[in-house]
Design a protein. Structure first.
Length: 254
């Protein structure tokens, strides 16, 4: 136990040293950063991200300040099968406003998270150093109050990722959950072909438009009803279907 704590402390000190050059947002206000955000962009060279980035979608992050100045974080993302992935953790404040630390029990890594730029009603750029077994890697996220971000914000996100050493192809603006993608078009073609083979007239093989109701525009995962339970450090890497993230929103993504 003592050796484990010493390793965690050493990893944390190493990550804090790496983060010394990362400047948090000026006059950071924890209360103003609270609430719901969309994770619209993620960037890292980590293999788990590189291998899964093509299937990732926008997730959500909810920030709730604690009385002691820490942050309770809840992440949600939509998995490929339509179910929700959820994870939560508490990030402890440091002596530097805008910088927090936490240990992920799921991924067994130590994290130093810095909010480097924020416009509280618009976007936030988040820089995280993840350290596991003495190896550190940068993870950059862009949060938005809506499920989209401006080109200016996307450029800032990409620039921050490049400065952190992330390869250009690994800085990804995520598509919105529920949008039609190439795989769904293939399914539509198969549906139409099957209908024709069954003798259905072409005009009677109809792809239905999406409802404009809020419940369908925003999946349960991204706007959870009261009966949806959150998992606190209770997910495993195998359950991540990025996202999550998700990153994201799975625990690995934050």
């Amino acid at each position: 136990m003592r050796n484990t704590l010493l390793r965690m402390l050493a990893a944390l000190m190493c990550a804090l040293t790496v983060c010394a050059d990362i400047t948090p947002a000026a006059d950071f206000d924890l209360q103003k950063v609270s609430g719901k955000w969309y994770t619209v962009g993620l960037a890292t060279n980590a293999p788990w991200f590189v291998n899964n980035k093509a299937g990732m979608k926008t997730g959500t992050a909810v920030i709730v300040p604690t009385e002691g100045g820490d942050m309770d974080l809840a992440y949600a993302s939509l998995k490929d099968d339509g179910s929700c992935y959820r994870a939560t953790h508490t990030a402890q404040k440091t002596e530097t406003p805008g910088r927090f630390t936490f240990h992920s029990q799921v991924w067994n890594n130590d994290n130093v998270m810095t909010i480097v730029e924020v416009v509280y009603n618009d976007y936030a750029l988040v820089h995280t150093i993840k350290t596991k077994e003495g190896v550190s890697e940068a993870f950059i996220a862009v949060y938005s109050r809506t499920n989209e971000s401006s080109e200016v914000v996307q450029q800032k996100f990409t620039q921050l990722a490049l400065e952190a050493g992330v390869l250009p192809d690994n800085a990804v603006i995520l598509p919105q959950s529920g949008r039609t993608n190439e795989s769904s078009e293939v399914v539509q073609q198969k549906f139409t072909q099957l209908a024709l083979e069954a003798g259905v007239l072409p005009d009677n093989a109809v792809i239905l438009p999406q409802s404009v109701s809020r419940s369908l525009r925003t999946p349960c995962c991204l706007s959870p009803p009261p009966h949806c339970d959150l998992q606190h450090h209770n997910a495993t890497p195998e359950t991540v279907s990025f996202p999550a993230a998700a990153a994201a929103a799975a625990a690995a993504a934050y």
